[in-house]
Design a protein around this ligand. Sequence first.
Ligand code: FES
Length: 188
Amino acid sequence: MNPRESASTVSPGNVDELLPLAARRSFLAVLLGAGTVSVGALLAVPLVRFVLHPLLRVTTPASWSDVGKADELASAALPVKKLITVEQRDGWRKIVSEKAVYVIKDPSGQLGVLSSVCPHLGCSVTWHGEKNQFLCPCHGGLFAAGGDLLGGPPPRGMDRLESRVEDGVLKVHYEYFRQLVPHKEVIA
Ligand code: FES
């Protein structure tokens, strides 16, 4: 058919019919596009959250660390210094560090664990068996065998860490505490 003839067959009445059809098609196209974008966005949310989750998190609390066999520690002359491995996660990064702690025995015979970090300014406290005391070499802080403050500038005694015996192994939950304050306050 001749295009001129074809064009000439579009009467004013036909134009009225064609326009609503075109409008309907474009409306459906917009609707389809909007639906696709919405579904895509909904599916992307969990993925984005998964990717960003470690980056938005602050450093995680340390996991529980093994200190040693409970029966061996219970029969040792305490306090005894132990090095523990502490694992934390900072974003995607896994931080593994070694910390010194002291295993003590309560008057009841129960094992406990003390942080070796001085609550004054964070120096490492050491056990002096001949004096039966802990001593901080930085400013002369003195602590009893159970960690109580005996003298010097520290505002409180040595910090006791949460511990438990599991399958015969003494475990400790390592934490960091605020220095220079009289009460134990966890900061990490
Ligand atoms: S840091 Fe221990 S007494 Fe000052």
